[in-house]
Design a protein around this ligand. Structure first.
Ligand code: NAP
Length: 259
């Protein structure tokens, strides 16, 4: 399907690996020029070189911490005006409710709520002026159904979801659509880290931890970053112009809910 966004420019944050890279690749395949960000320069340059070679789009890279004010300023200055924004950052660590301090919450809120909000605050005015824009926030299935050991993530991402619900409905009249993509378990470094936690805490092998987790997913397998990216590119397409303020689960049916 032609997504109708060839020649547009997207900023994809936290995009050297995993779900962010999946989104960058799908947008590049649709002919979108990219600004890609991650902290580590080496993996970022390698990912950008691969996408340039495969899809022939123009790509600017910015190695910076997107959750810091200085990092965001650097990324925004290099990006200039963009048509599409994909927000993403690493997720907070797992733990137990009784251990989390105010500082832990501030860190999680900064990374997974206030960073995407700051990026939208900076980039929405330009999209509104130009009469077209798309924002996709990578959040988590934990927004729909809490994951107990990821309380920091549950809290921060739900806050972002509330912000998007109201803001999306204010900017839609200008041709700017904001939606959230809610990943379930995908085959990325993050999934490996979570499985490693289970493996250590329960004294089981990594294979057993993965098998146990796969058994909880109706598809019985982890998601692929390419499939996640395809969902992102669709939300950024011309065809998605009537989709506003939604929270789309990409979780293999793992969230057991009727709606
Ligand atoms: P991943 O495979 O670990 O990749 C994370 C990417 O983000 C890397 O490119 C990393 O590069 C970059 N990054 C991390 N922190 C950054 C920062 N502060 N500034 C800039 N770039 C940063 O993670 P993932 O699995 O794709 O997960 C992406 C998001 O989805 C996370 O928030 C995660 O919690 C959430 N999520 C993932 C799953 C899953 O199953 N994978 C499920 C639900 C939710 P550098 O380290 O070089 O910066």
């Amino acid at each position: 399907m032609d997504l109708g966004i060839r020649g547009k420019k997207a900023l994809v944050c936290a995009a050297s690996k995993g779900l962010g890279l999946g989104c960058a690749a799908a947008l590049a395949e649709a002919g979108v020029d990219l600004v890609m960000n991650a902290r580590g320069a080496e993996a970022l340059e390698a990912a950008a070189a691969d996408l340039r070679a495969r899809f022939g789009v123009s790509i600017t890279t910015v190695a910076a911490d997107i959750t810091s004010e200085a990092g965001r300023a650097e990324v925004l200055a290099a990006a200039g005006p963009v048509d599409i924004l994909v927000t993403n950052a690493g997720g907070p660590p797992p733990g137990v409710w009784s251990d989390w301090t105010r500082d832990d919450f501030i860190k999680a809120l900064d990374a997974n709520m206030l960073t995407p909000i700051a990026l939208m605050t900076a980039l929405l005015p330009g999209m509104i002026d130009r009469g077209w824009g798309r924002v996709v926030n990578i959040t988590s299935q934990s927004v729909k159904a809490p994951i107990p050991q990821l309380g920091l993530s549950n809290a921060a991402r739900t806050g972002l979801t509330g912000y998007v619900a109201g803001t999306a409905r204010q900017v839609a009249q200008h041709g700017v659509n904001i939606n959230n993509l809610l990943p379930g378990i995908h085959d990325t470094a993050r999934a490996e880290a979570l499985d490693s936690g289970v493996s250590k805490s329960q004294g089981v092998s990594m294979e057993e931890a993965r098998k146990q987790r796969q058994a909880t997913i109706p598809t019985r397998h982890y998601g692929a970053q390419g499939d996640f990216g395809a969902a992102c590119a669709f939300l950024c397409s011309q065809q998605a112009k009537f989709i506003v303020g939604q929270n789309l689960l990409v979780d293999g049916g793992a969230t057991n809910a009727t709606i």
